[in-house]
Design a protein around this ligand. Structure first.
Ligand SMILES: *Cc1c(COP(=O)(O)O)cnc(C)c1O
Length: 397
C-alpha cells in the first residue's frame, strides 16, 4: 500500500525533501503507524514539534471544541484564543508582548523587522545590521535564509538580503570584533539545533548579553527549536540565565499545529505600531487554542519538564555507554534536556534507515550527527529500546 502512496507523493509534490520510504498515517503518544500497520517509536517528534507526543488528548479535545465554535476571523478584530495564549506566554516569560505568526521562519522575519524598526525609532538611521552565527539555522524565507549561517542552504538563491554578518558560534572575541556602528542586534540559537546540537560554553551567552548591553544592541534568541520545554525549562534562556530582548518561537508551541510567535518587552514591542507588521493567519483561533492547551499541559504540574530533564540525563548516559562500546564509530554525545546529538565518525544515513526498518524514527543533521528530539513524555523503557537497536546496528556495520 505504501508503495503506491509514495509514487503519488513523488508525482504530485515538489521534490524539496529527501523523504524516507515511509508513510505515516496515525499517531498516539510516542508511537506512529503506517497504513500497513507498521509501528514506530518516534524520536524525531516532528523535529521538536510534538512535545506532548502525538494527538495529546487535551489538545485534541480543545481543538474539536474550537473547530465547532470558530475557525477564523480577521486580525481586524479581537480574538479570545489569541489573548489567552499571549497571556500564558507573557506570564511565563521575561516578555510583556506577543506577536503571533505561523511558523519559525515567520517568527524570525518578525524579529528581524522589529529589531530594524526599533533601531530606526531609537538610534541613528543607518543601524540595521544583525550579527548571527556560523552554522546557525533561522529558516528558509529570504531574510531568515540570509541570516542563516550555512552556505549549503543558501546556494542558488543569491543575491542574499544585505544586513547580516556571520561570526563563529561560541566565540565572544569574534562577536566583539564584528560589532560596528551599523549593528542593531545579535541573533543566536541558545543551542544550535540544525547545526548539529551545538551547546555553547557555560558563560558564552552571558558575555553576549554584556556585549549587547555595552553597545546598545538587541539580543534575539531564536528558540524555535529549544523553546517550549525542550531543554527541561520552558525556555532555554532560563537554563543559561540570560534574558534576551526578543525571542522567536514555533515548532513545539502548537503541540503539532502550525504556529509561530515572537515575544518582547513593552519598550521594544512598541516599535511594532499599527500597520507595521501583520499576518492573515497569524494567531488563528485553532492554532492559538492548540498552543494554549499545549502550554497548559506542559506547565500544569511541572511533571513534563522534570521528565524532560530526567529522561534527557538518562538518554545521554545510555548514549555515553554506547560511545564507550563503539569508540571508533561514535565521536561525541551532547545535549540538553531532550535535544540530543550523537556525532559519528561516518555518515548517519545508513543508521537512520536501519533504525526505521527496526521501528525507530531518528534523524540526522550535518550528515553525521544523529539528532534525537522525542516527545517530552518519553520513558526509560523506550530510550532503552532505541539504544539497543542502535547498538545492534552499529555492531553490524
Ligand atoms: C526549524 C527552525 C526554524 C524554522 O522554522 P520553520 O517553522 O521551519 O519555518 C528557525 N529557527 C530554528 C532555530 C529552527 O530550528
Amino acid at each position: 500500500m505504501s508503495k503506491k502512496i509514495i509514487e503519488e507523493s513523488k508525482k504530485y509534490l515538489m521534490n524539496t525533501y529527501d523523504r524516507a520510504h515511509i508513510v505515516l498515517r496515525k499517531g498516539r503518544g510516542m508511537k506512529v503507524w503506517g497504513p500497513d500497520g507498521k509501528e514506530y517509536l518516534d524520536f524525531v517528534g516532528g523535529i521538536a514539534v510534538n512535545c506532548l507526543g502525538h494527538c495529546y488528548p487535551k489538545v485534541v479535545i480543545a481543538l474539536q471544541k474550537q473547530a465547532q465554535r470558530l475557525l477564523h476571523v480577521s486580525n481586524l478584530y479581537h480574538i479570545e484564543p489569541q489573548i489567552k495564549l499571549a497571556k500564558l506566554l507573557v506570564t511565563n516569560s521575561f516578555a510583556d508582548k506577543v506577536f503571533l505568526c505561523n511558523s519559525g521562519t515567520e517568527a524570525v522575519e518578525a524579529a528581524i523587522k522589529l529589531a530594524r524598526k526599533y533601531a530606526k525609532d531609537h538610534t541613528v538611521p543607518d543601524r540595521f545590521e544583525i550579527i548571527t552565527a556560523e552554522g546557525s539555522f533561522h529558516g528558509r524565507t529570504l531574510a531568515s535564509l540570509s541570516a542563516t549561517g550555512q552556505d549549503k542552504l543558501k546556494q542558488g538563491f543569491e543575491p542574499h538580503m544585505p544586513g547580516f554578518k556571520h561570526v563563529p558560534f561560541n566565540n565572544i572575541a569574534a562577536l566583539k570584533n564584528a560589532v560596528t556602528r551599523n549593528t542593531c542586534a545579535v541573533m543566536l540559537e541558545p543551542i544550535q539545533g540544525e547545526g548539529g546540537v551545538i551547546i555553547p560554553d557555560k558563560d558564552y551567552l552571558k558575555h553576549v548579553r554584556e556585549v549587547c548591553d555595552d553597545h546598545g544592541l538587541l539580543l534575539i534568541f531564536d528558540e524555535v527549536q529549544t523553546g517550549i520545554g525542550r531543554t527541561g525549562k520552558f525556555f532555554a534562556y532560563e537554563k543559561f540565565s540570560v534574558e534576551p530582548d526578543i525571542i522567536c518561537l514555533a515548532k513545539g508551541l502548537g503541540g503539532g499545529v502550525a504556529i509561530g510567535a515572537i515575544l518582547a518587552k513593552e519598550s521594544i514591542a512598541a516599535s511594532f505600531s499599527h500597520g507595521t507588521h501583520g499576518s492573515t493567519f497569524g494567531g488563528n483561533p485553532l492554532a492559538c487554542t492548540a498552543a494554549s492547551a499545549t502550554i497548559e499541559a506542559l506547565l500544569e504540574d511541572g511533571f513534563l519538564l522534570d521528565n524532560c530533564t530526567r529522561m534527557g540525563e538518562y538518554f545521554i548516559k545510555r548514549l555515553e555507554e554506547l560511545k564507550k562500546e563503539f569508540p571508533s564509530t561514535i565521536l561525541d554525545v551532547r545535549g540538553m534536556g531532550l535535544l540530543i546529538g550523537m556525532e559519528l565518525t561516518r555518515s548517519g544515513s545508513e543508521i537512520v534507515k536501519a533504525c526505521a526498518d527496526r521501528g525507530m524514527l531518528i534523524n540526522c543533521v550535518k550528515g553525521n550527527v544523529l539528532r534525537f528530539a522525542p516527545p517530552l513524555i518519553v520513558v526509560e523503557k523506550e530510550i532503552d529500546q532505541l539504544v539497543d537497536v542502535l547498538a545492534e546496528i552499529i555492531e553490524s556495520i
